[in-house]
Design a binder for this molecule. Structure first.
Ligand SMILES: Cc1ncc(C[n+]2csc(CCOP(=O)(O)OP(=O)(O)O)c2C)c(N)n1
Ligand code: SF4
Ligand SMILES: [Mg+2]
Length: 294
Protein backbone atom coordinates (compact mmCIF):
# COMPACT_ATOMS: atom_id res chain seq x y z
CA UNK A 1 0.00 0.00 0.00
CA UNK A 2 1.37 3.42 -0.92
CA UNK A 3 0.48 6.21 1.48
CA UNK A 4 -2.67 7.95 0.28
CA UNK A 5 -2.86 10.54 3.00
CA UNK A 6 -0.51 13.48 3.49
CA UNK A 7 -0.47 16.09 6.21
CA UNK A 8 -2.22 18.39 3.70
CA UNK A 9 -5.26 16.21 3.12
CA UNK A 10 -5.58 14.68 6.60
CA UNK A 11 -9.06 15.33 7.94
CA UNK A 12 -9.12 18.36 10.28
CA UNK A 13 -11.92 17.11 12.50
CA UNK A 14 -10.63 16.11 15.95
CA UNK A 15 -12.15 13.34 18.08
CA UNK A 16 -9.75 13.63 21.02
CA UNK A 17 -10.09 16.79 23.08
CA UNK A 18 -6.97 18.91 23.60
CA UNK A 19 -5.33 17.95 26.87
CA UNK A 20 -5.56 14.46 28.34
CA UNK A 21 -3.90 12.38 31.04
CA UNK A 22 -1.27 10.61 28.93
CA UNK A 23 2.41 11.32 29.71
CA UNK A 24 4.13 13.81 27.43
CA UNK A 25 5.72 12.08 24.47
CA UNK A 26 3.21 9.18 24.63
CA UNK A 27 3.15 7.18 21.38
CA UNK A 28 -0.35 5.94 22.17
CA UNK A 29 -1.73 9.50 22.29
CA UNK A 30 -0.36 10.11 18.76
CA UNK A 31 -1.99 7.03 17.25
CA UNK A 32 -5.21 7.51 19.17
CA UNK A 33 -5.68 11.00 17.78
CA UNK A 34 -4.83 9.91 14.23
CA UNK A 35 -6.72 6.61 14.42
CA UNK A 36 -9.95 8.25 15.54
CA UNK A 37 -9.68 10.72 12.64
CA UNK A 38 -9.47 7.70 10.32
CA UNK A 39 -12.42 5.96 11.97
CA UNK A 40 -14.70 9.00 12.04
CA UNK A 41 -17.75 9.79 14.10
CA UNK A 42 -19.70 6.63 13.28
CA UNK A 43 -17.61 4.59 15.72
CA UNK A 44 -18.05 2.86 19.07
CA UNK A 45 -14.88 2.11 21.06
CA UNK A 46 -14.39 -0.89 23.33
CA UNK A 47 -11.47 -0.38 25.73
CA UNK A 48 -10.09 -2.65 28.50
CA UNK A 49 -8.02 -1.43 31.48
CA UNK A 50 -4.81 0.15 30.17
CA UNK A 51 -3.09 3.51 29.71
CA UNK A 52 -5.89 4.24 27.25
CA UNK A 53 -8.48 4.21 30.04
CA UNK A 54 -6.26 6.69 31.89
CA UNK A 55 -5.89 8.83 28.77
CA UNK A 56 -9.69 8.76 28.35
CA UNK A 57 -10.26 9.99 31.89
CA UNK A 58 -12.68 8.99 34.65
CA UNK A 59 -16.44 9.37 34.38
CA UNK A 60 -17.98 11.98 34.04
CA UNK A 61 -15.09 13.41 31.98
CA UNK A 62 -13.77 11.88 28.77
CA UNK A 63 -11.03 12.92 26.40
CA UNK A 64 -12.80 11.55 23.32
CA UNK A 65 -16.02 12.65 21.66
CA UNK A 66 -16.85 9.08 20.59
CA UNK A 67 -18.93 6.62 22.63
CA UNK A 68 -16.65 4.30 24.58
CA UNK A 69 -17.42 1.14 26.56
CA UNK A 70 -14.89 0.25 29.27
CA UNK A 71 -14.77 -3.52 29.63
CA UNK A 72 -12.92 -6.06 31.78
CA UNK A 73 -9.31 -6.88 30.97
CA UNK A 74 -9.93 -10.36 29.51
CA UNK A 75 -13.09 -9.64 27.57
CA UNK A 76 -12.31 -7.08 24.84
CA UNK A 77 -12.92 -9.38 21.84
CA UNK A 78 -16.09 -10.79 23.42
CA UNK A 79 -17.39 -7.36 24.47
CA UNK A 80 -16.83 -5.97 20.95
CA UNK A 81 -18.73 -9.01 19.64
CA UNK A 82 -21.62 -8.05 21.92
CA UNK A 83 -21.60 -4.41 20.82
CA UNK A 84 -21.72 -5.54 17.18
CA UNK A 85 -24.65 -7.86 17.98
CA UNK A 86 -26.47 -4.97 19.67
CA UNK A 87 -25.92 -2.75 16.61
CA UNK A 88 -27.27 -5.53 14.40
CA UNK A 89 -30.37 -5.86 16.59
CA UNK A 90 -30.89 -2.09 16.39
CA UNK A 91 -30.38 -2.22 12.60
CA UNK A 92 -27.40 0.14 12.91
CA UNK A 93 -25.10 -1.90 10.70
CA UNK A 94 -23.10 1.07 9.47
CA UNK A 95 -21.08 1.57 12.67
CA UNK A 96 -17.39 0.81 13.21
CA UNK A 97 -17.11 -1.36 16.32
CA UNK A 98 -13.50 -0.88 17.38
CA UNK A 99 -11.71 -2.69 20.19
CA UNK A 100 -8.63 -0.71 21.21
CA UNK A 101 -6.38 -2.52 23.69
CA UNK A 102 -2.83 -2.62 24.99
CA UNK A 103 -0.31 -5.39 24.38
CA UNK A 104 -0.88 -7.00 27.78
CA UNK A 105 -4.64 -6.95 27.23
CA UNK A 106 -4.11 -8.44 23.77
CA UNK A 107 -1.15 -10.82 23.83
CA UNK A 108 -1.80 -12.26 27.29
CA UNK A 109 -5.09 -12.02 29.18
CA UNK A 110 -7.33 -11.06 26.23
CA UNK A 111 -5.94 -13.40 23.58
CA UNK A 112 -8.67 -16.03 24.01
CA UNK A 113 -11.52 -13.55 23.47
CA UNK A 114 -9.71 -12.05 20.47
CA UNK A 115 -8.97 -15.49 19.01
CA UNK A 116 -12.61 -16.54 19.46
CA UNK A 117 -13.87 -13.38 17.74
CA UNK A 118 -11.47 -13.99 14.82
CA UNK A 119 -12.48 -17.63 14.50
CA UNK A 120 -16.18 -16.72 14.51
CA UNK A 121 -15.59 -14.03 11.87
CA UNK A 122 -16.98 -11.18 13.97
CA UNK A 123 -17.37 -7.87 12.19
CA UNK A 124 -15.00 -5.83 14.36
CA UNK A 125 -11.77 -3.86 14.08
CA UNK A 126 -9.23 -4.70 16.79
CA UNK A 127 -6.34 -2.28 17.32
CA UNK A 128 -3.54 -3.33 19.67
CA UNK A 129 -1.14 -0.57 20.70
CA UNK A 130 2.11 -2.20 21.66
CA UNK A 131 4.16 -0.31 24.25
CA UNK A 132 5.75 -3.65 25.07
CA UNK A 133 4.79 -3.92 28.76
CA UNK A 134 1.97 -3.41 31.25
CA UNK A 135 2.60 0.32 31.54
CA UNK A 136 -0.51 1.48 33.36
CA UNK A 137 0.33 -0.63 36.39
CA UNK A 138 4.02 0.24 36.50
CA UNK A 139 5.96 -1.50 33.70
CA UNK A 140 5.53 -5.25 34.17
CA UNK A 141 6.70 -7.52 31.34
CA UNK A 142 4.07 -8.74 28.86
CA UNK A 143 4.10 -11.35 26.10
CA UNK A 144 5.29 -8.69 23.64
CA UNK A 145 8.13 -7.31 25.77
CA UNK A 146 11.32 -8.02 23.79
CA UNK A 147 13.96 -10.35 25.20
CA UNK A 148 16.45 -8.74 27.56
CA UNK A 149 14.26 -5.75 28.47
CA UNK A 150 14.37 -4.51 32.07
CA UNK A 151 10.90 -4.17 33.61
CA UNK A 152 9.78 -4.14 37.23
CA UNK A 153 9.14 -7.91 37.01
CA UNK A 154 12.38 -8.60 35.11
CA UNK A 155 14.65 -6.22 37.05
CA UNK A 156 18.12 -7.72 36.75
CA UNK A 157 18.83 -9.70 33.58
CA UNK A 158 15.77 -8.48 31.69
CA UNK A 159 13.03 -10.64 30.18
CA UNK A 160 14.26 -14.16 29.43
CA UNK A 161 11.79 -14.98 26.64
CA UNK A 162 11.47 -13.56 23.11
CA UNK A 163 8.71 -11.18 22.00
CA UNK A 164 5.45 -12.92 21.10
CA UNK A 165 4.54 -12.33 17.45
CA UNK A 166 0.87 -11.44 17.88
CA UNK A 167 0.13 -10.22 14.30
CA UNK A 168 1.32 -13.61 12.96
CA UNK A 169 -0.83 -15.45 15.51
CA UNK A 170 -3.88 -13.45 14.42
CA UNK A 171 -3.00 -13.84 10.73
CA UNK A 172 -2.99 -17.62 11.28
CA UNK A 173 -6.75 -17.34 11.91
CA UNK A 174 -7.08 -16.56 8.20
CA UNK A 175 -8.90 -13.24 8.70
CA UNK A 176 -9.18 -10.76 5.81
CA UNK A 177 -6.96 -7.97 7.09
CA UNK A 178 -3.95 -7.86 9.43
CA UNK A 179 -1.56 -4.90 9.50
CA UNK A 180 1.28 -3.49 11.56
CA UNK A 181 2.04 0.21 12.00
CA UNK A 182 4.06 2.61 14.12
CA UNK A 183 3.37 5.85 15.97
CA UNK A 184 6.46 7.19 14.20
CA UNK A 185 4.68 6.85 10.84
CA UNK A 186 1.19 8.11 11.68
CA UNK A 187 -0.03 8.54 8.11
CA UNK A 188 0.78 4.92 7.27
CA UNK A 189 -1.29 3.98 10.34
CA UNK A 190 -4.08 6.34 9.23
CA UNK A 191 -4.31 4.72 5.80
CA UNK A 192 -4.40 1.23 7.32
CA UNK A 193 -7.22 2.18 9.69
CA UNK A 194 -9.10 3.79 6.77
CA UNK A 195 -8.66 0.62 4.74
CA UNK A 196 -9.86 -1.52 7.66
CA UNK A 197 -13.12 0.48 7.76
CA UNK A 198 -13.83 -0.55 4.15
CA UNK A 199 -13.53 -4.30 4.87
CA UNK A 200 -15.95 -6.45 6.85
CA UNK A 201 -15.22 -9.33 9.21
CA UNK A 202 -12.42 -9.31 11.78
CA UNK A 203 -9.63 -6.82 11.09
CA UNK A 204 -6.49 -6.52 13.24
CA UNK A 205 -3.95 -3.69 13.38
CA UNK A 206 -0.89 -3.90 15.63
CA UNK A 207 0.71 -0.51 16.21
CA UNK A 208 4.09 0.04 17.89
CA UNK A 209 3.86 2.91 20.40
CA UNK A 210 7.05 4.11 22.13
CA UNK A 211 6.57 4.96 25.81
CA UNK A 212 9.14 7.37 27.33
CA UNK A 213 8.81 6.40 31.02
CA UNK A 214 8.46 2.66 30.36
CA UNK A 215 11.31 2.50 27.84
CA UNK A 216 13.53 5.10 29.57
CA UNK A 217 14.12 7.78 26.97
CA UNK A 218 13.49 11.51 26.91
CA UNK A 219 9.99 12.54 25.82
CA UNK A 220 11.27 14.46 22.80
CA UNK A 221 12.64 11.25 21.21
CA UNK A 222 9.37 9.31 20.71
CA UNK A 223 9.38 9.62 16.92
CA UNK A 224 13.13 9.03 16.66
CA UNK A 225 12.91 5.84 18.75
CA UNK A 226 9.87 4.60 16.81
CA UNK A 227 11.61 5.24 13.49
CA UNK A 228 14.76 3.43 14.64
CA UNK A 229 12.70 0.31 15.42
CA UNK A 230 11.64 0.33 11.75
CA UNK A 231 14.94 1.49 10.22
CA UNK A 232 16.89 -1.26 11.99
CA UNK A 233 14.41 -3.83 10.62
CA UNK A 234 13.25 -4.89 14.09
CA UNK A 235 9.63 -3.78 13.74
CA UNK A 236 8.26 -3.99 10.20
CA UNK A 237 5.36 -2.12 8.63
CA UNK A 238 3.23 -4.49 6.59
CA UNK A 239 -0.26 -5.59 5.76
CA UNK A 240 -1.72 -9.02 5.00
CA UNK A 241 -4.81 -8.65 2.90
CA UNK A 242 -6.71 -11.84 2.05
CA UNK A 243 -3.55 -13.79 2.83
CA UNK A 244 -1.27 -11.64 0.67
CA UNK A 245 1.67 -10.14 2.57
CA UNK A 246 3.28 -6.85 1.55
CA UNK A 247 5.63 -4.43 3.24
CA UNK A 248 4.49 -0.83 3.31
CA UNK A 249 5.94 2.67 3.67
CA UNK A 250 9.32 2.96 5.37
CA UNK A 251 9.77 -0.83 5.57
CA UNK A 252 9.07 -1.28 1.86
CA UNK A 253 11.67 1.40 1.17
CA UNK A 254 14.26 -0.59 3.13
CA UNK A 255 14.19 -3.63 0.84
CA UNK A 256 17.58 -4.02 -0.86
CA UNK A 257 19.09 -1.18 1.18
CA UNK A 258 21.50 -1.25 4.11
CA UNK A 259 19.71 -1.30 7.44
CA UNK A 260 21.03 0.33 10.61
CA UNK A 261 22.42 -2.18 13.13
CA UNK A 262 19.95 -3.09 15.91
CA UNK A 263 22.34 -1.55 18.47
CA UNK A 264 21.38 1.91 17.10
CA UNK A 265 17.88 1.23 18.46
CA UNK A 266 18.94 -0.46 21.69
CA UNK A 267 21.26 2.35 22.75
CA UNK A 268 18.47 4.95 22.71
CA UNK A 269 16.62 3.32 25.65
CA UNK A 270 17.51 2.58 29.26
CA UNK A 271 15.35 -0.58 29.26
CA UNK A 272 17.99 -2.33 27.11
CA UNK A 273 20.89 -1.47 29.43
CA UNK A 274 21.41 -5.06 30.58
CA UNK A 275 21.39 -6.65 27.11
CA UNK A 276 24.31 -9.02 26.82
CA UNK A 277 26.41 -9.55 23.71
CA UNK A 278 24.86 -12.93 22.95
CA UNK A 279 21.32 -11.55 22.80
CA UNK A 280 22.40 -8.62 20.61
CA UNK A 281 24.16 -11.03 18.22
CA UNK A 282 21.16 -13.39 18.12
CA UNK A 283 18.67 -10.56 17.50
CA UNK A 284 20.82 -9.11 14.69
CA UNK A 285 21.01 -12.56 13.08
CA UNK A 286 17.24 -13.02 13.36
CA UNK A 287 16.63 -9.61 11.78
CA UNK A 288 19.11 -10.34 8.97
CA UNK A 289 17.49 -13.72 8.26
CA UNK A 290 14.01 -12.17 8.17
CA UNK A 291 15.14 -9.46 5.75
CA UNK A 292 16.87 -12.04 3.56
CA UNK A 293 13.42 -13.64 3.17
CA UNK A 294 11.85 -10.26 2.31
C1 LIG B 1 -8.16 -9.15 35.64
C2 LIG B 1 -7.31 -7.94 35.84
N1 LIG B 1 -6.02 -8.09 36.21
C3 LIG B 1 -5.23 -7.01 36.38
C4 LIG B 1 -5.74 -5.76 36.20
C5 LIG B 1 -4.85 -4.55 36.44
N2 LIG B 1 -4.44 -3.87 35.24
C6 LIG B 1 -5.08 -2.76 34.78
S1 LIG B 1 -4.35 -2.09 33.44
C7 LIG B 1 -3.14 -3.27 33.46
C8 LIG B 1 -2.00 -3.20 32.48
C9 LIG B 1 -2.44 -3.18 31.05
O1 LIG B 1 -1.32 -3.39 30.20
P1 LIG B 1 -1.49 -3.24 28.66
O2 LIG B 1 -2.65 -3.99 28.18
O3 LIG B 1 -0.18 -3.54 28.01
O4 LIG B 1 -1.83 -1.67 28.48
P2 LIG B 1 -0.88 -0.43 28.93
O5 LIG B 1 -1.14 -0.21 30.38
O6 LIG B 1 0.52 -0.80 28.65
O7 LIG B 1 -1.37 0.72 28.11
C10 LIG B 1 -3.33 -4.19 34.50
C11 LIG B 1 -2.44 -5.32 34.81
C12 LIG B 1 -7.08 -5.62 35.80
N3 LIG B 1 -7.65 -4.42 35.58
N4 LIG B 1 -7.86 -6.72 35.64
S1 SF4 C 1 3.05 5.15 30.55
FE1 SF4 C 1 3.65 5.14 28.36
S2 SF4 C 1 1.85 4.40 27.22
FE2 SF4 C 1 1.17 5.00 29.29
S3 SF4 C 1 0.46 7.13 29.07
FE3 SF4 C 1 2.63 7.21 29.72
S4 SF4 C 1 3.81 7.30 27.78
FE4 SF4 C 1 1.73 6.64 27.26
MG1 LIG D 1 1.24 -2.21 27.25
Amino acid sequence: MENQTTILNLTEEEFVHPGNRACSGCGLSIVYRIGLKALGKNTILVVPPSCLTVLQGLYPVASTKLPCVNVTFASTGAAATGVRAAMRALKKENVNVVAWAGDGGTSDIGIQALSGACERGEDIIYICYDNEAYMNTGVQRSGTTPQGVITTTTPIKGKLQEKKDVPSIIAAHGIGYVATASAAYPLDFYDKVRKATTISGPRYIHVHTPCPPGWSFETRYTIKVGKLAVQTGLFDLYEIENGEFRLTGASKNLVGKARLPVTEYFKTQGRFKSLDKDIIKKVQEQVDAKWARY
